[in-house]
Write a protein that binds this ligand. Structure first.
Ligand SMILES: [Fe+2]
Length: 278
């Protein structure tokens, strides 16, 4: 697994995982994607990470409907570059997804790698750990360090408990403050888990908080296709952002206690799906 380190000077840094755009699929809601990209462009402390499934990547031999796909896999990369142009320079790194892997399996060309090259971000393969160092002001030494784990996500069932379980199954893989995965198309900030630990020289047990984010999709499964065929409950596009706060007020607690992670969810509820995504 690859490591990444990013230092930010300022009171907070907001991360926007971009995942499951499924460009080329009739269900890919480009209006929703554009809206989210504008949100990132408007956020001076916003940075994004590519978490896989940027393109639908249906081929003659893969799963998915190659006949209804709007763009070829090559055009899907071009479209991603066009859409993300307003936030070029705010991207950090990317990992692959199961749809990206369809192209590699048949051709040996790593779709996610080509996409990340086009977007001008590092490419880390299947998973990455990233440390974000938040320094509240230039010259301050009281930095907070947030360790994060990034993976497209495990296969899961079509039912919500299975999707939540797939995200929770990543937690034993890494020692991190926050886990980011997707694949199930849910958008959720799960209740944090608390892990007990003994700090050096401590006489008292302390607790580390572990956040777990399921990062959503821009795939509107109300648009007829795979979900309808399988009688899955429709999932509506939604993305989230996660803010890592530098601490400026409370110097009482340990670094672990002073860390603060906050999320926001942006749902495409109430949008007329037949115009936007079809
Ligand atoms: Fe996926």
């Amino acid at each position: 697994m690859r490591a990444f380190r990013y230092e930010h000077i300022g009171p907070e840094l907001t991360l926007y995982p971009i995942v499951c755009m499924h460009l080329g699929a009739p269900q890919s809601d480009e209006a929703f994607i554009k809206e989210h990209i504008q949100r990132i462009a408007d956020d001076p402390t916003g940075r994004w990470v590519y978490l896989g499934d940027g393109g639908e990547c249906a081929t003659k031999l893969s799963k998915g409907d190659v006949y209804r796909q709007k763009y070829s896999p090559g055009e899907q990369i071009n479209r991603a570059e066009e859409l993300l142009e307003p936030i070029r320079g705010k991207g950090l790194f990317g990992v692959t997804g199961n749809h990206d892997r369809r192209i590699y399996k048949e051709t040996g060309v790593d779709f996610a790698e080509q996409l990340c090259k086009g977007l001008g971000i590092f490419y880390f393969g299947n998973a990455a750990m990233a440390r974000f160092v938040i320094r509240p002001e230039e010259g301050r030494r009281d930095v907070l360090e947030y360790d994060t784990f990034w993976h497209h996500g495990k296969d899961s069932s079509s039912m919500t408990p299975g999707k939540v379980g797939a995200a929770q199954a990543l937690v034993p893989l890494a020692d991190a403050d926050a886990f980011f995965s997707a694949h199930s198309h849910l958008c959720l900030d799960l209740a944090p888990e608390y892990v007990a630990f003994l700090p050096p020289r401590a006489v008292q047990v302390q607790y580390r908080k572990v956040h777990n984010f399921i990062c959503g999709c821009a795939y509107d499964s109300r648009v007829p296709g795979y979900a309808e065929e399988k009688a899955y409950k429709p999932i509506i596009p939604a993305y989230l952002s996660v803010t890592l706060c530098g601490d400026v007020s409370n110097h009482e607690g340990t670094a672990n206690e002073r860390k603060r992670i906050e999320s926001k969810i942006y749902r495409a509820d109430g949008r007329p799906w037949w115009e936007e995504a079809a």
